[in-house]
Design a protein around this ligand. Structure first.
Ligand code: GLU
Ligand code: MG
Length: 431
């Protein structure tokens, strides 16, 4: 019997989970050309498979998952399991028209606005922090050779799997926390970068399974453990030239863009921090950046400005802005759509952010207030209460925002009525 080889067509849903369906080898060609039917209600299945009662989809209707073959990852066969090609899809209406709830489509449309309204393009790279369970190792020092060696077989496997599908990574390292590691990607346009977030995380999860381990992107494995962030590095370009940093600070383009994110922080954060567990991570003195400020090389600022080296002309072609209040539960497309939408709002107002180069926690309440620094929501219910529906609807459309909110309200209902420890132990099996 010829070896089977599955093709999985899927999408990252409103709870940040890649879901879809597979076809056998003889159906690959047809599925790649025509896509597969999908159930609208599946978009709002939550992390524990509960569909929120107030979801807008009901039991009716049918949509199509239409594959984008540029967003592909080949997972190798192992242990008698067949090879599996993952291909990410747009969700479209049955007749091929855009579907208002598709996160991938929402990101493409705000990228178009960035180009048409501001003449800008963006590049994005992600740093993924995660925990690996099942290592059974004696405790190793943070960032040490011995910690790195504990998972270097897994890291090499993940990198090889990704490279074979054209996805290169920048680096791998042991992180600060116990059994915590980090993999970072190279910059790409926002859509490609978001696709790679989804595929990279699946490559890490699948690789860990192959090694008899479990990888989790849970933001807080326990309320006191080191957090797992997924930091978003972004940079802006006009006519192919970076307009991100000049003379060690933001430019008159990137500055207002960043100020727009800071002004809309409470709304953007519900897209970059999706789960109840996410909000345990947004604490001062955790290297996260829970205050609404930007700071030069400051890891306690919500947006760290990273100039990197200047070239001979004093330009900083590799500079980036690092949004730190994000984690691996997020839907990557909506997280980027929110940041771009908020940045476009800021471009209209043209206000420059101040450089908060110190730890905001040490500035004292009076100074923070003078500088306009706010602490991000400290729980999912607080984030829901602070959310500005109108702003979010202008970034990605009201229908999508409503469906997303129904999912977050259901998360809050399920996970805010149990202890943080219990919620973390459930969610780390999922994220
Ligand atoms: N683990 C920290 C976080 O939760 C970040 C540490 C770092 O700067 O890499 O975001
Ligand atoms: Mg890190």
């Amino acid at each position: 019997m010829a070896k089977q080889h599955f093709l999985f067509l899927g999408h990252q849903d409103l709870s940040g989970i890649l879901r879809g369906r597979s076809v056998p080898k003889e159906r690959h060609k047809m599925a790649l050309a025509e896509g597969l039917p999908w159930v609208p209600g599946n978009f709002s299945i939550g992390p524990t498979n509960v569909i929120p009662a107030d979801n807008p989809f009901g039991q009716q209707g049918e949509i199509r998952l239409l594959p984008d073959q540029a967003a592909m990852l080949a997972l190798p066969s192992y242990d008698g399991k067949p090879a599996l090609d993952l291909v990410l899809c747009d969700a479209r209406q049955h007749d091929g028209a855009p579907w208002a709830y598709c996160p991938r489509t929402a990101l493409k449309s705000v990228m178009d606005r960035l180009k048409s309204e501001a003449g800008l393009t963006m590049k994005v790279a992600f740093e993924h922090e995660f925990n690996v369970r099942g290592l059974n190792q004696v405790a190793h020092p943070a960032y040490s050779v011995s910690s790195g060696r504990a998972v270097s077989g897994l890291a090499a496997h993940v990198m090889q799997t990704l490279v074979e599908s054209g996805i290169r990574l920048e680096q791998f390292q042991a992180e600060y926390g116990t059994d915590q590691f980090e993999i970072s990607s190279i910059p790409a346009d926002p859509l490609t970068a978001a696709d790679r977030v989804v595929l990279t995380q699946e490559a890490i999860r699948d690789g860990a399974r192959q090694f008899g381990l479990h990888a989790s992107f849970i933001p807080k494995p326990t309320p006191t453990a080191a957090g797992n962030g997924v930091h978003i590095h972004f940079s802006l370009y006009r006519d192919g030239k970076s307009v991100t940093v000049a003379e060690d600070w933001l430019t008159d383009i990137s500055g207002p863009f960043v100020q727009g994110i800071l002004d809309n922080a409470e709304t953007a954060v519900l897209f970059t921090c999706l789960s109840s567990n996410s909000y345990l991570r947004l604490r001062p003195n955790s290297w996260v950046g829970p205050y609404t400020c930007a700071g030069l090389r400051n890891r306690e600022a919500m947006i760290r400005v990273v100039p990197r080296q200047a070239d001979a002309d004093g330009r900083h072609p590799k500079a980036s802005m690092e949004y730190r209040a994000s984690d691996g539960t997020a839907n990557a497309y909506l997280a980027l759509a929110a940041l771009i939408g908020a940045g476009l709002d800021g471009l209209k107002r043209k206000k420059m952010p101040v450089n908060v180069a110190r730890n905001p926690e040490l500035l004292g309440a009076g100074e923070r207030e003078r500088l306009g620094l706010r602490l991000l929501p400290q729980s999912l219910p607080d984030a829901l209460a602070a959310f500005d529906h109108e702003a979010a609807a202008s970034w990605m459309g009201s229908a999508l925002v409503e469906a997303y909110l129904a999912c977050r309200r259901e998360d809050a209902r399920q996970f805010c009525s149990i202890s943080d420890e219990e919620a973390a132990s459930i969610l780390q099996r999922i994220y």
